[in-house]
Design a protein. Sequence first.
Length: 202
Amino acid sequence: MAKKVNSKNSGRGQKQAFAFSAPGAMSVQLVGDFTHWQDKPINMQKGAFTSLPFTRTFLPQLHGRHSDHEVRTRLILSYDTRDSLSIPRRGSWLTLFGSIADRSLLSSVSYSVFGVEGRYYYPIGQRFTLASHAALRYMPVGKNVPFWALSRLGGDRSDLGERQPLRGFGDSRFADRNLFVANLELRARVFSLELFGTRTTL
C-alpha cells in the first residue's frame, strides 16, 4: 500500500514523505523523504542571557545554516500489539529503522542512521497503567551532518528516528549525533465516558 505520510512547512524548512507499507501486527515500511531547508542562510544573533555561550562561538562550524536539501530513504520494521493507538493499556510496540542520504543520490549532505524504539504497557487494576519506553539512535556515517538531521531530545513530541520527548525541557533542547533515552511512567485513568458516540478518557 502506498500513501503520502506527511507534509511539513515550518517557514524555514519543507518536508515531503511518501511510504509503501504492508500493514498488520508485523509491518514493513519503505519511506522516501525529501527535505528542503530554507532558501536563505540563518542569521544568528546573541541572546539576552550573557551567561550562556553564543552559538556562533560555541559551534563556529555549525553545519546546516545555509540552503541544504536531502533525499533520504528509510526502512522501518514494526511489531505492534497495543490495544489502542491513542491511549493503550496493554501490549507492546517495537520498531527497527535505518535510513541513508547521500550526495550521489541527489542530496547535498551524506549520512546514515540506525536505531530501535520500543514501548510496553502493563495494566495494574482498572485505573493504572505502567508505561515504559526506550529509544536508541546511532549515526555511524556523516562527518558534516546538518544540525536539523541530528538526534534531538526535549519537549513533548516524538518523531520516529528523529526526536524524542523529555518532559521539563524545551523542544529539541539537546542535539547530538547519537541518542539514548529510557523512561517509566505510572498513568492513572481519572474518568471515562461516552459522549455523542465518542469515548472520552482522561
